[in-house]
Design a binder for this molecule. Structure first.
Ligand SMILES: [Zn+2]
Length: 104
């Protein structure tokens, strides 16, 4: 019982936004009913930072998408390298001598 106040919980942080994982008192974590144990996985401070970063990211991405659209249509969209490498389809060498018209 006494250790309830000092129980540490792992704040998972976020590599993506440069938030380091660390231990913090459970009391520092926001309540999150969607979580299994009802407590967030990041401490309040980092959770705020994380959600802020997320929305900033989303906005930036939207802005980028919006400004990208005219450029992409103006330039060659296939140059970005995002296209998966397509191997030339090797034609199955049909057995020579099979009568033409036979499908098997
Ligand atoms: Zn934290």
């Amino acid at each position: 019982m006494a250790d309830e106040t000092t129980t540490l919980r792992r704040c998972i942080g976020s590599k993506r936004f440069g938030i380091e994982a660390h231990d913090a008192p459970v009391g520092d974590f926001p309540k999150q009913p969607s979580q299994k144990d009802g407590i967030g996985r990041m401490c309040r401070e980092h959770w705020n930072a994380y959600t802020k970063a997320l929305s900033r990211d989303a906005k930036a991405r939207k802005a980028a998408e919006r400004s990208d659209v005219p450029q992409v249509s103006a330039e060659d969209p296939g140059v970005s390298g995002s296209e998966p490498e397509r191997k030339p389809r090797r034609r199955e060498t049909a057995p020579v001598g099979v009568a033409e018209g036979s499908t098997e």
